[in-house]
Design a protein around this ligand. Structure first.
Ligand code: FAD
Length: 334
């Protein structure tokens, strides 16, 4: 361990993710305040922020950049002003807990996000949500830090929340202010229960995953029996109809319950998930002519996103081939 102005940096540290697989961080810092976060940016302006790791796949080789975790108590603070409906939550606050606390206080607006594991920062950056609403809809403003260490305050319109996206992705989210609606606590809790019940029946909540692996694509041209140009269609439906439910590579498998979830079993490697994601992209493109893009954030040693096939300097990315007569099981040909 080394210390910079009381900032502690741990070497060769675990990066906790919901997938439960992947490599380690060469260096991991847990800044206790914004001053220490600035110090982290001076050490590495390209640092990566780790939230709850619920939308994250870390490649097996780990990460060379400094990884920063905002999990100090000071990053988890939340202030409620129930009469006005204003709630201020720091980036490291736990979203499920926040939703529950809002429901108890009779504050409506976040209950549609029930069952989404996240830190407030992670959820805001990707505008987490689903059929019951998106977090951007409840945001009044976001306070963030630029890579140069400057503090910026963005009103909701400037955050440009879109489908699983925002204008915040190059910033570090420090705090979000929500404008919620005072309501009957019983009604809010009831609604939250309905949302949770839906999630439990439609998603493999008990398995190790990162939620939906792919964004729902917008069709560029009409696709027979799928949709019209300009329509956003569920990636899970395309993956299912391309015959990929249950498809497995190594310890990574397409969930039988929800085809857009890749679930991992003990011993799985990140490269299994990556190979399976590529295979799903290939099969969906072959079946429908539609390209599906990752929703899950992928951290590689020196980059982010899915590696381009044939572009990986390491030999032996697993190449998926259907095993003859093996149904949807696959074998891996290194
Ligand atoms: C069982 C399950 C169900 C899920 N269901 C849904 C769902 O219904 N809808 C949905 O949208 N998602 C869903 N997800 C995915 C996940 O919960 C969300 O994407 C969530 O917003 C991830 O937040 P996180 O804090 O875990 O971020 P991480 O996974 O830790 O990070 C994701 C990205 O956000 C960045 N980031 C994190 N914190 C900050 C910050 N403070 N400032 C800047 N960047 C930051 C990271 O650098 C990374 O690029 C699900 C996941 C699981 C495991």
């Amino acid at each position: 361990m080394t210390a910079t102005d009381e900032l502690t940096i741990t070497r060769d540290a675990e990066i906790g993710t919901w997938f439960g697989i992947g490599g380690r961080a060469d260096r991991l810092a847990r800044p206790a305040n914004e001053g220490q976060l600035r110090a982290c940016l001076q050490i590495d302006p390209g640092l990566r922020v780790l939230g709850e790791g619920a939308n994250l796949l870390v490649d097996d080789d780990g990460v060379r950049s400094l990884v920063v975790r905002l999990d100090d108590e000071s990053w988890r603070r939340v202030e409620f002003d129930a009469p006005s409906g204003v709630v201020r939550a720091r980036a490291g606050a736990d979203l499920p807990r926040l939703i529950l606390d809002c429901a108890r206080r009779g504050l409506a607006g976040l209950e549609g996000l029930g069952g989404i594991p996240a830190s407030v920062g992670g959820a805001v950056v990707m505008n987490a949500g689903g059929r019951f609403g998106e977090i951007g809809g409840a945001i009044a403003s976001v306070r963030a830090m630029s890579r140069e260490g400057r503090e910026v305050l963005l009103r909701r319109e400037s955050c440009r929340f879109g489908y699983r996206s925002s204008a915040l992705s190059d910033l570090i989210v420090l705090e979000a202010e929500f404008q919620l609606t005072p309501a009957d606590p019983g009604d809010v809790r009831e609604r939250l229960k309905e949302v949770m019940a839906y999630k439990k029946t439609s998603q493999p909540m008990g398995d190790r995953s990162a939620g939906c692996c792919f964004k729902n694509p917008m069709l560029r041209a009409p696709v027979p029996d799928v949709g019209d140009a300009g329509q956003r269609v569920p990636a899970g439906m395309l993956i299912d109809r391309a015959g990929c439910k249950g498809l497995a590579i190594g310890g990574a498998r397409v969930s039988e319950r929800h085809a857009n979830f890749i679930v991992t079993s003990p011993g799985a490697r990140a490269r299994d998930v990556i190979a399976l994601m590529r295979e799903l992209q290939r099969r969906v493109a072959d079946a429908f002519g539609v390209r599906i893009e990752p929703e899950v954030a992928i951290w590689r040693r020196d980059g982010i996103g899915l590696p381009v096939e044939g572009d990986d300097p390491r030999a032996g990315w697993p190449v998926a081939r259907a095993a003859p007569g093996a149904g949807s099981r696959m074998e891996i040909k290194p």
